[in-house]
Design a protein around this ligand. Sequence first.
Ligand SMILES: Cc1cc2nc3c(=O)[nH]c(=O)nc-3n(C[C@H](O)[C@H](O)[C@H](O)COP(=O)(O)OP(=O)(O)OC[C@H]3O[C@@H](n4cnc5c(N)ncnc54)[C@H](O)[C@@H]3O)c2cc1C
Length: 167
Amino acid sequence: MTLPALRAMGSVICLCIEAALLWPSGRVAVIGTGLTGLETAEILAMDGSKIIMVEMLPEIGPGLYAPILREMKVSLDKYAPKLYTGHQLIGITVDSVSLKCCATEGIVQVEADSVVLALGVRPRQDLAETFQREFRNVVVVGDAEKGGRIYDAVKTGFCKAFAFNPA
Ligand SMILES: Cc1cc2nc3c(=O)[nH]c(=O)nc-3n(C[C@H](O)[C@H](O)[C@H](O)COP(=O)(O)OP(=O)(O)OC[C@H]3O[C@@H](n4cnc5c(N)ncnc54)[C@H](O)[C@@H]3O)c2cc1C
């Protein structure tokens, strides 16, 4: 992906708004509509930003638990975000994002003052293996093993702790 004017843009924030020092405002393009993207979009919309949501899959909130997604949609609809589903981010310029339509391969340029990249997280098996090489009894749990919900994280932690034998 070419991001020619990345440095010049107002702000580009990766992954999680809570971890960011910058607070985007104005027209904000939120790229990715997993829970992080949706919740970020909602908070920024509540704060007065005009939200542009971009998702390369045909629907927002891929894989989300249906009742949670419904609730998020109701809440976001109040702020009338611009939706670009089926569009992939291919570039960022000083005042816009470039999107490619996955169906037609046509390019659209959408004006934006800031961009939030909420492109998802995934476990790092290589990192776990590094620890496993160096230490005995390395146990990987929660989202580090497999992304999921709080219930899954607690359950894997509990099950592995139950069978854990540090000797
Ligand atoms: C936006 C969002 C909304 C969600 N909403 C829900 C929901 O409504 N219901 C639900 O069931 N699940 C929800 N989830 C999923 C849920 O948050 C996770 O499945 C769960 O938190 C996983 O627990 P964990 O302990 O494995 O990881 P985490 O909760 O991510 O905990 C990892 C911790 O390690 C810390 N950390 C990372 N690196 C270091 C380091 N080098 N040194 C020290 N500390 C470090 C992090 O800061 C973090 O506190 C949501 C996830 C996201 C992203």
